[in-house]
Design a protein around this ligand. Structure first.
Ligand code: EPZ
Length: 416
């Protein structure tokens, strides 16, 4: 892995093609296990996280062909229903194989996903959903062991959870009878997943709402599907345009699913230009920092919190960012303070006195979104910023250095 050296200040200017959504691709890859027919997926981002999910699928016996961002997956002969620690611990989304193995084979054994830097990441909602559908759940030696013929039921999520919703949907699509899920996550990636499942024959009503009615089918067919655009990557570059006082255009932009971000971009005074399905963002004459409270969709996405913190640091004025999804997602604040930012974290609220000129220094990434936020801070700073621990970055951003170059920014890479 290399460090990235950012010589600032540099402006992001131009247009960039955003990749497919990581958080839609990961559950859809796991869902391909639900059918024995060939599934063709387009616009799959080439990331270390998607590769990790494919490695697990291959270890179970799936046949996978990949060319650029297209995958052909065939799970006609699955020899294994167990996912071991070595493969599962590489990413938390491995937990999604609980639901897809259980849904297809009525049993699964998956190594428990660990917590991570940003939080403990419990899975009680996943497990309660499997139990409600009739699975016997045994946790032993660090594995979640599920077993049982699944029967449709009513299940209410007491907490909105993205991967929890995906996991229980997987278990329900082949169960016998009707399942009604309530308080399902409203993230656009769950809508994308449901649209994929319907494309291969699942019977799901209420897509895009918090209430899904799923009628179990005997089996699913094959099909072809294109993954939605990554709204977090798109938002990252749009906020980057404001941080660096540049101008960025993104095509194929889904305005509806990005409403939470667009509201904040308007509120801080940026100029938004819409042309067909393209958006162009640049600073307005009078920019102000805005208060952010993260929340489940349609709340402000926690995955854009770090990027927006950098913007609030650049703009003169006081603002607060309240992180309501994860218990420890402000680690980038300490790194940004080392660049000269004035941030005080009290509990789950960061208080920011913006308008400071940042100075380049060496900073360390703590998680995927922090890594890109530190790069953006380096672009706004004077001098050289060395960003380390970049394995986080490549988990969720495809060809980041090339994309920044497309936007007129040179990021040097340093061997370590
Ligand atoms: C998904 O994580 C995303 N990951 C995260 O993206 C994203 O930040 C998060 O949703 C919120 O939008 C993927 O989709 C692979 P949750 P997930 O379950 O599903 C609590 C990124 O940077 N909870 O929606 O793990 C939990 O503690 C990553 O791309 C329970 O209490 O998040 C948290 O407070 C980071 N019990 C809240 O719900 C459960 O059983 C939301 O977590 C499950 C979750």
């Amino acid at each position: 892995m290399k460090n990235i050296l950012v010589k600032g200040p540099q402006k992001l200017q131009g247009s960039v093609k955003v990749s497919g959504a990581k958080n839609a691709a990961l559950p859809i890859i796991a869902a391909s296990l639900l059918t024995e027919k060939v599934v063709k997926l387009n616009n799959v981002p080439n990331l270390s996280d998607t590769q990790a999910m494919l490695d697990i699928l291959e270890s179970l016996g799936a046949k996978i062909k990949r060319y650029e961002n297209t995958l052909e997956i065939k799970c006609d002969y699955i020899s294994e229903s167990k996912v071991g620690y070595e493969l599962a611990e590489r990413l938390r989304a491995s937990v999604l194989y609980c639901g897809s193995l259980l849904g297809r084979f009525n049993k699964s054994s998956v190594s428990l996903p660990g917590g991570c830097a940003i939080g403990s990441r419990p899975i009680d909602q996943h497990i309660n959903g499997f139990k409600a559908l009739g699975a016997v759940v045994k946790i032993s030696e660090g594995n979640i062991n599920l077993d049982g013929e699944l029967v449709g039921t009513d299940y209410h999520f007491s907490v909105k959870t993205v991967t929890g919703s995906a996991n229980v949907i997987f278990a329900a699509v082949l169960a016998s009878g009707r399942t009604t899920l309530t308080n399902v996550a409203l993230e656009p990636e769950i809508t994308d997943l449901c649209n994929f499942l319907i494309a291969i024959g699942a019977k799901i009503e209420g897509v895009g709402t918090g209430r899904l009615i799923i009628d179990g089918v005997k089996s699913l067919r094959g099909g072809e599907y294109s993954i939605m655009q990554d709204r977090i990557e798109a938002g990252t570059f749009l906020v980057g345009a404001l941080i660096t006082d540049g101008k960025v255009s993104i095509s194929d932009f889904d305005f509806e699913s990005n409403e939470p971000l667009l509201n904040k971009l308007r509120e801080c005074g940026s100029v938004l230009a819409k042309e067909g399905n393209s958006i162009t963002v640049s600073r307005g004459d009078y920019m102000v920092p805005v208060d952010i409270v993260t929340g489940e969709h349609p709340g402000f996405p926690t995955d854009l919190q770090a990027q927006f913190m950098v913007l609030n640091i650049i703009l003169a004025g006081h603002s607060t960012i309240e992180e309501k999804i994860f218990e420890n997602r402000f680690m980038h604040a300490a790194e940004l303070s080392r660049m000269g930012a004035k941030i005080k974290v009290v509990g789950n609220i960061a208080h920011i006195d913006g308008g400071e000129h940042l100075l380049g220094t060496t900073v360390s990434s703590s998680d995927l979104r922090a890594s890109i936020a530190l790069i953006l801070a380096g672009l706004a700073a004077k001098g050289e910023t060395r960003v380390t621990n970049l394995h986080h970055l490549y988990r969720g951003y495809e060809k980041p250095v090339e994309k920044f170059a497309k936007l007129g920014v040179i990021l040097e890479q340093e061997d370590i």
